[in-house]
Design a protein around this ligand. Structure first.
Ligand code: SAM
Length: 225
């Protein structure tokens, strides 16, 4: 796995984990270790790297964001991953969340609707040595039937409801973590598949950019033509 380009960022990363993540109650050691290790600053445009370890989302272009570190940690913890897990992420963005998942899980599929963001994330993930991440360009609301079922699915954009294909592509006992609401505020939820039913846990209020696709919000929601 990658040897992070540190240049003084290592201390900022340790503080991020201690004061923003552990202090707010995320204690899963695999999540804390991954977030201490992945060089978050490399996933940002060079001019914004100074903000990489701040307690906030940061712009990555195309009107999209890399999520706040605490939200990345909390969502990853809710996936309950182990080294054998297979994971699907919807919303590759910068590729940072995919790198955190790849540190913990066996194999990660990640889907991004913008080709340029996906290619840049793929280049970076490859450069950092992640061989267990597959980056796909497309509409993530349809999932990835070829690689299903998944032990865990994470949606990193705001959805009006759980997309049908994602519910279908979860394995028995699998976890789906998703922000559900309107385009201004959402509720982060964890669903656990139990036979034909889903056990739902409502976790916290949050704010994500919209999930735009066939089984989510329409394209006009993020200004795309
Ligand atoms: N996980 C990302 C990271 O670590 O940088 C942050 C994701 S950003 C908050 C949400 C991403 O979801 C954006 O890059 C956006 O283009 C993408 N997105 C929105 N709707 C999508 C869809 N239907 N399929 C795939 N990606 C989508």
């Amino acid at each position: 796995m990658p040897a992070p380009d540190d240049n003084g960022f290592a201390g900022m990363r340790r503080n991020m984990v201690t004061y923003q993540i552990e202090a707010r109650g995320v204690h899963a050691e695999n999540v804390l270790a991954a977030m201490r290790h992945v060089p978050r600053h490399l996933f940002l445009p060079e001019s914004l790297r100074w903000a990489a370890y701040d307690d906030t989302p940061v712009s990555i272009g195309r009107g999209q964001t890399i999520s706040q570190p605490y939200i990345v940690a909390r969502m990853t913890e809710l996936l309950e991953l182990d080294p054998d897990s297979t994971v699907l992420e919807i919303g590759t963005g910068s590729g940072y969340q995919a790198a955190v998942l790849a540190e913990i899980a066996h194999e990660v599929w990640t889907i991004e609707r913008y080709g340029d963001l996906a290619r840049e994330a793929e280049r970076l993930l490859e450069g950092l040595g992640y061989q267990n991440v597959h980056v796909i360009v497309g509409d993530g609301t349809l999932g990835c039937a070829e690689a299903a079922p998944f032990d865990a699915i994470i949606v990193t954009a705001a959805a009006p409801h759980v997309p049908t294909a994602l519910a279908e592509q979860l394995s028995e006992g699998g976890r789906l973590v998703i922000p559900v609401g309107d385009t201004s505020v959402q509720e982060l939820r964890q669903y656990r598949k139990q036979g034909d039913a889903f056990k739902e846990a409502r976790v916290l209020d949050c704010r994500f950019v919209p999930l735009v696709g066939r089984d989510a919000f329409g394209e006009s929601r993020d200004g795309t033509p």
